[in-house]
Ligand binder design. Structure first.
Ligand SMILES: Cc1cc2nc3c(=O)[nH]c(=O)nc-3n(C[C@H](O)[C@H](O)[C@H](O)COP(=O)(O)O)c2cc1C
Length: 183
């Protein structure tokens, strides 16, 4: 099963990067599969460390999918990395093996520490819609803008019906981004 997370990494100079990534969490290990043109890939290859953050804050997904904002964090304990303050739980990860032959790399990481910060709020359709909308926003280069906006109309309805302010702001953020793209 793929779990949608926000992977935080640092580059060699210590600059933070935040990126949504679908990860596979197993017994004591995590698979992270970034495309080789991503900052997450470069940082994992350079430092061998990452933190996999699990959060129900969908604004973090929306914003980090299409930009690299600076979110509140604190230092990881056992790897050179940072933890999202608004994570429900997180895994500090150390790379054991990297398969970088394909355009989408696979980093097999050992979980060196698991932390729990707060409860997961529960399933919510609007939050799920934002995850879908964020994925579509990362595909603007490969998909017709009109096709994405059509799907956004359906997702916006779910957000309006079942979301709160956080979800409405996240949807607006993504919508504005897609509308700015050349057609
Ligand atoms: C929910 C979600 C899951 C994603 N999973 C992955 C993934 O597993 N691998 C990947 O390369 N990109 C994934 N993406 C796209 C990246 O987050 C996006 O391309 C991002 O810009 C890469 O950021 P970076 O260059 O800062 O690492 C995902 C996006 C979303 C919204």
């Amino acid at each position: 099963m793929i779990i949608e997370s926000i992977v935080t990494t640092l580059n060699e100079k210590g600059k933070a990067n935040f990126a949504p990534m679908g990860v596979t969490i197993g017994e004591g290990e995590v698979l992270i599969r970034p495309y080789t043109d991503s900052a997450t890939y470069r940082n994992l290859a350079a430092t061998g460390a990452a933190v996999v953050n699990l959060t129900d804050n969908c604004r973090l997904f929306a914003e980090s999918a299409i930009s690299n904002p600076r979110f509140p964090t604190f230092s990881a304990e056992l790897v050179t990395g940072i933890v999202l303050t608004d994570a429900c739980s997180y895994y500090e990860c150390s790379v054991m093996h990297a398969d970088t032959a394909a355009p989408r790399a696979t980093f097999r990481c050992k979980i060196v520490k698991k932390g729990v910060l707060r409860e997961f709020i529960g399933f919510n359709r609007a939050k799920n819609a934002i995850i879908e909308a964020a994925i579509l926003a990362t595909r603007v280069r490969f998909m017709e803008v009109e096709t994405i906006l059509q799907e956004y109309r359906r997702l916006s309805e779910i957000v309006q019906k079942t979301g709160g302010e956080q979800e409405a702001l996240a949807m607006q953020y993504l919508q504005d981004y897609v509308e700015r793209q050349p057609r």
